[in-house]
Design a protein around this ligand. Structure first.
Ligand SMILES: [Zn+2]
Ligand SMILES: [Zn+2]
Length: 263
């Protein structure tokens, strides 16, 4: 499996992806908003984009579909529940569906509600596990729930799906928000030395050569995976004095999501 991460350079800081089979050169484009850059990258590599996949229905993820499909004849894949919000879906995806690219690449569709209620993540089981997580999981952060989402569902997705993936899983999110998210982690957990160190490394990084994290690293630096941290819970109690002595994970997650909305 070859992964090309494409930095759009737009105001929303979107990342687009091409995932290709090294033998056949067939490729799948994930959320190819910057259709010109995606088509140019495929051209440079000699790849044929045969499938376009939208992780969810927001326009900064679907906005390049028409142009990429017109140029390549690719078919369009998205969550089966997004049919009334994304035009012309050829294949509606449900949890466990397998997406094949060429001869060597197989991706599993994960049904991951929370940011929106029809959001899929892709899990590659090939050589190195990899997760294409749209706006569900960001480096050092979690998606918001302002436009069709639901915070308790986002918590369930984190707890029952993402947190259980192997630590070596590489993380490919839909946006570059890492520096700001690390600042939020440090605001919530000021003694998180690894987050402080990493902020120094990624501040001013070239997003064309962005750090690719792993779930193991996220568990160290992403406040939404650190629901048992004593310093995080102590800080949370300053904002929410009614917080119980040993709050459950779900309560901590939902309070963090609420604070992040206005941070
Ligand atoms: Zn979104
Ligand atoms: Zn987005």
């Amino acid at each position: 499996m070859i992964v090309e991460q494409i930095w759009t350079g737009n105001a929303y800081r979107n990342f687009n992806y091409l995932i290709a089979c090294p033998e056949t050169g067939e490729a799948l484009a994930v959320d190819p908003l910057d259709h010109e850059k995606c088509l140019a990258a495929a051209g440079d590599k000699g790849w044929d984009i045969t499938q376009v996949l939208n992780t969810h229905e927001h326009p900064d993820h679907t906005g390049g579909n028409r142009q990429v499909i017109a140029a390549t004849g690719a078919s369009l894949l998205a969550h089966a529940g997004a049919r009334d919000r994304i035009a012309d879906i050829d294949r509606g995806l449900s949890a466990g569906d397998v997406i094949r690219i060429g001869r060597h690449v197989e991706l599993e569709a994960l049904d991951t509600p929370g940011h929106t209620m029809s959001h899929v993540c892709l899990l590659a089981h090939t050589d190195e596990p990899a997760l294409f997580c749209g706006d569900t999981l960001f480096n050092a952060g979690a998606g918001n729930c302002h436009h069709g989402g639901h915070p308790p569902e986002l918590y369930n997705t984190f707890a029952t799906q993402l947190a259980r993936l192997p630590d070596e899983t590489r993380v490919y999110p839909g946006h570059d928000y890492i520096a700001n998210n690390l600042r939020f982690t440090l605001d919530r957990e000021p003694d998180n030395a690894r987050a402080g160190e990493l902020l120094g490394e990624v501040e001013g990084q070239d997003p064309n050569r962005a750090l690719v994290s792993t779930l193991g690293l996220e568990k160290e630096i992403n406040t939404f995976f650190r629901l048992h941290s004593p310093s995080l819970i102590a800080r949370l109690r300053e904002a929410f004095p009614d917080l119980p002595e040993a709050p459950d994970e779900r309560t901590v997650f939902l309070k963090l999501r609420e604070l992040r909305n206005s941070w």
